[in-house]
Design a protein around this ligand. Structure first.
Ligand code: ARG
Length: 417
């Protein structure tokens, strides 16, 4: 009795400020819950991954031209991606379609089999079966009517993928990056944005940056042979990833250095090496491999290409902690072999890039690093390795690069890639 009487007096005595406080806390909690719900239901829509396969019946890869058209691997891949893009971009799924990526092209009986990952984003209200049906129907209808490539409609297959395996498949593809391709316009270059060049690596000896290198798989790098002139054994060598040398995003030790067997310093021919590190890296937004072109691919003079590296900003200057980038142009052999440029110094397996006016160029410390180009689908290819140059950024003395297509078979023979 006594106790309950006391309690009731207390309740009656609840002060106004307490009530206000309780109401405010209550409102805050409700607001938070609504906010979280909106976030998860509206903004955090999961990506949906699908694995599609189809057969192109009138296409073959070049070098295999008994029937149909012969394409370069890169072109056929690009055409297939454009086909899938167009299929969904002018369909009712237009708003939900994100992108597609061809992951494999395999020669098949009378044609090519295409494996593609297709990515969508649907609102949470749409049922899984409904969306799968829609995707399937659109693919069937549109592909039947394509002109450019002859698709065998009965070969069409579509399976949903788990988002983990979808994401991993897309990330393990070569030459893709997450930053949109804005190059604002090394020597004369500027600082590279994060995620822009995820294949760039720094080769270090006793933790001192020596050369650039390019990631071509989860364990192999391509670089220049002359980087190993002073220290030929893997001992003491490490590779780091990320857009800064310090702190590095990730570091690995070098297990194997394979310098081209015909490289003889100070000659500049055969300036290529492949390097294996361990353990393997897992691809993420900031560490990815680049695509290698086919031996038969051709990149014409005046094409815009990009060079990146931690090298000096001027001749004789120190290496940089922040990755630098510059946009340059391929220079024809005809121009580069003129006597007032490099004359007979340009031999097989080399090409020039930069500008005869100078300014934009690679420099010491950029050696071994990438010269890259992107195709119309924003897939990036390694086409050159920074090799040599007379001084840096001088008039009529552009950078000289090891030509990847010339050594493409050598790379396969050493790495299987
Ligand atoms: N060989 C130099 C190095 O060891 C890089 C040469 C590039 N020079 C140039 N002007 N493009 O880093």
């Amino acid at each position: 009795m006594y106790r309950s009487a006391k309690l009731s007096t207390k309740t009656r005595g609840l002060e106004p400020w307490m009530i206000v406080l309780i109401v405010i806390v209550g409102l805050l909690i409700t607001g938070l819950i609504i906010g979280l719900l909106v976030h998860f239901l509206v903004y955090d829509q999961k990506l949906d991954y699908y694995h599609g396969t189809f057969k192109i019946s009138n296409a073959q890869l070049d070098g295999n031209t008994e029937q149909g058209y012969a394409y370069h691997y890169k072109d056929l891949r690009e055409m297939s991606e454009i086909l899938v893009d167009e299929t969904f971009m002018d369909s009712i799924l237009n708003k939900h379609y994100i992108k597609n990526q061809v992951i494999k092209l395999t020669p098949d009986t009378d044609g090519m089999k295409v494996d593609v990952v297709i990515v969508f984003q649907f609102p949470f209200t749409e049922r899984r079966e409904t969306r799968e049906k829609k995707i399937h129907n659109i693919l069937h209808q549109k592909i039947r009517n394509t002109r450019a490539l002859k698709i065998n409609v009965s070969s069409l297959q579509l399976d949903a993928m788990s988002s983990t395996s979808g994401k991993l498949t897309v990330q393990s593809c070569c030459g893709k990056r997450v930053t949109p391709t804005i190059i604002n316009r090394i020597v004369g270059g500027e600082m590279a944005p994060k995620f822009a060049w995820p294949w760039q690596a720094s080769l270090q000896h006793n933790n001192i940056h020596q050369c650039g290198a390019t990631l071509i798989s989860n364990t192999w790098l391509v670089t220049a042979a002359h980087c190993f002139k002073n220290y030929p054994s893997p001992r003491g060598w490490t590779v780091s990833f990320g857009t800064t040398i310090e702190p590095p995003l990730m570091k690995r030790s070098i297990k194997r250095i394979i310098v081209h067997e015909r490289y003889r310093s100070p000659a500049r021919e055969y300036d290529i090496a492949v390097v294996q590190f361990s353990p393997k890296v897992t691809f993420t937004d900031d560490i990815r491999r680049i695509c290698l072109p086919d031996a038969s691919d051709y990149f014409p003079p005046t094409s815009t290409v990009y060079i990146t590296g931690f090298g000096a900003l001027s001749y004789g200057g120190p290496s940089q902690n922040d990755l630098q980038q510059a946009s340059v142009e391929i220079i024809s052999n005809e121009i580069c072999k003129q006597p007032h440029v490099y004359g007979k110094e340009i031999t097989f397996g080399m090409f020039c890039a930069g500008f005869l006016e100078g300014i934009y160029d690679a420099c010491r410390g950029d050696s071994g690093g990438p010269l890259v180009v992107k195709d119309s689908k924003d897939t990036w290819y390694l086409i050159g390795i920074v090799s040599w140059g007379d001084n840096c950024g001088r008039q009529n003395k552009p950078g000289v690069y090891t030509q990847i297509t010339y050594y493409r078979k050598w790379i396969t023979s050493k790495t299987g890639l």
